[in-house]
Design a protein around this ligand. Structure first.
Ligand code: HEM
Length: 462
């Protein structure tokens, strides 16, 4: 029986540098040479980690008993950003308990309640655009997604603390854009505070300022003890475990920063890409407008999110450049056989979202943006898994899809937009995430007046 798949032969430190500087190139070259399974060697980070882009194997991983894997200990790299008490770093029963606490506020009726707020925030931010004046798409989308997460989920109202937090979070993420700066997240020896002007020094200072604001908010909320509030922070403050213990300030802080970062960075990138593709391919924009107009003036958010073509545009956006290249690592706690391979305990398995979404056999012409593929075919959760799967599946998946559709619909139906450059926008690493290259700009060329049209189905809902 073959134990580990073959993989790149370059020295581990060079492989890790390639992964940091050119993650898509690293994955694509390895996939072409070694196929659905290959073993990456990244020195101390992961001496051996198996990339998997085979839907059958991914199905086996996602449907296996979750007790077979640890993910938290594989996410150790994130500790410097989100802290050791974050759900990302938990495993076993403490992870299960945290999920039980965090999942309900992101589902069902709670989500519907955010609909109007999301549309209002998208209108507020886009109203700052001036006709004919280029604007940074990243800045605007980041502003929307941060406002959504701060207001809708944390119940933070506008005010000095809210504004400062919004500014600092955006600045902190902007600091991880270039490969060089992203490297400080991967190499401990670069995590040296050499003063306010050094990369790590300025990153840490932002972090400390954010911490100060979050702890102040936690203290205020504890004092207020308002049992009527239903936002996540309030729920976490009032939650008690089996031993009747409340979450400590550190635990609350780590979870807040996790949700703030996980919840806004990914969604902001997805929104940027959606606007890019819709305007890069005018036929997509026209079809989308036709569908949006079929709802008439002032449609209800619950009707907007059900639109099939809009849904397909958002799915295709998330397929082609998923904000996360990989799911969390799955570290085996017992041996496992997958396909022709027999993996020992402690092997790190990496279900690869990007490579699976680029499979020619699932998505013909995978580099082409074609929303129609999602109308013609229903993909399984092992073929399209932008939000991961099983017990680690993204807690905010429903909110992210809901927000994406409403923001895109609000902007596209109110503004005529144009790309300022005809060159394709390239994806690049942004910290641990994949995002459109910085500096991507658009401008409004006019405002739209919503036209009522007779309802005309563009495709079937999936
Ligand atoms: C387009 C937007 C988003 C994408 C593509 C995305 C993707 C992912 C992925 C791939 C994972 C790992 C899943 C796995 O390993 O199986 C994850 C986990 C997670 N996401 Fe998201 N996410 C998005 C938005 C959000 C939002 C809006 C929130 C919350 C406000 C959020 C909170 C989380 C949390 C807390 C986890 C950790 C789950 C765990 O470890 O149990 N994400 N996300």
């Amino acid at each position: 029986m073959i134990k580990l798949p073959d993989g790149p032969k370059t020295p581990p430190w060079l492989q890790l540098l390639q992964w940091i500087a050119d993650p898509l190139g690293y994955m694509e070259t390895s996939f072409q040479r070694y196929g659905d399974f290959f073993t990456a060697r990244w020195g101390n980070l992961y001496p051996k980690a198996v990339f998997i882009s085979n839907p059958q194997a991914i199905q086996e991983i996602f449907t296996a008993d979750p007790k077979l894997f640890d993910s938290g200990r594989g996410n150790g790299l994130g500790k410097v950003v989100v802290g050791e008490h974050s759900i990302l770093l938990l495993d076993g029963s403490s992870h299960q308990r945290r999920r039980r606490l965090l999942t309900p506020p992101f589902h069902g009726e709670r989500m519907q309640a955010y609909g109007d707020l999301i549309c209002t925030l998208a209108k507020q931010v886009s109203s700052q655009w001036t006709i004919g004046k280029p604007f940074s798409v990243r800045k605007s989308m980041q502003e929307i997604s941060l406002r959504v997460i701060l207001q809708a989920v944390f119940g933070l109202n506008e005010g000095p603390r809210y504004e400062e937090l919004r500014q600092l979070l955006a600045e902190m993420m902007d600091m991880t854009v270039s490969p060089l700066r992203a490297s400080m997240l991967f190499f401990k020896f670069l995590q040296k505070d050499l003063g306010a002007w050094s990369p790590w020094g300025s990153f840490r200072r932002r972090q400390q300022q954010i911490d100060r604001l979050l702890y102040a908010e936690i203290q205020d909320r504890r004092r207020q003890n308002d049992l009527e509030r239903s936002d996540i922070l309030s729920l976490m403050i009032s939650a008690r475990d089996e031993q009747d213990q409340q979450m400590t300030d550190e635990e609350l802080h780590d979870e807040l920063i996790t949700l703030l970062l996980a919840g806004h960075e990914t969604t902001a990138s997805s929104l940027c890409w959606a606007l890019y593709w819709i305007h890069y391919q005018p036929q997509v924009r026209d079809k989308l407008l036709q569908e949006l107009n079929s709802l008439g003036a002032d449609p209800d958010p619950t009707d907007i999110v059900r639109l099939p073509y809009l849904t397909a545009v958002c799915q295709e956006t998330l397929r082609i450049y998923p904000p996360l290249f990989l799911t969390w690592p799955r570290i085996l706690k017992a041996p496992l056989k997958l396909g022709d391979y027999h993996f020992d305990t402690d092997t790190v398995l990496l279900p690869c979202i990007y490579l699976t979404h680029q499979r020619e056999d699932l998505y013909p012409e995978p580099k082409q943006f074609k929303p129609e593929r999602f109308l013609k075919r229903q993909y399984s959760p092992f073929e399209f898994f932008v939000f991961g799967g099983s017990n680690r599946r993204c807690v905010g998946a429903a909110l992210a899809m809901f927000e994406m559709k409403l923001v895109v619909a609000t902007i596209v139906s109110n503004y005529q937009l144009a790309l300022t450059d005809s060159q394709p926008v390239k994806p690049q690493r942004r910290g641990f995430f994949l995002a459109p290259a910085a500096g991507f700009k658009m401008m409004i060329t006019g405002r739209r007046v919503r036209q009522e049209q007779p309802s005309q189905p563009v495709g079937s809902s999936i």
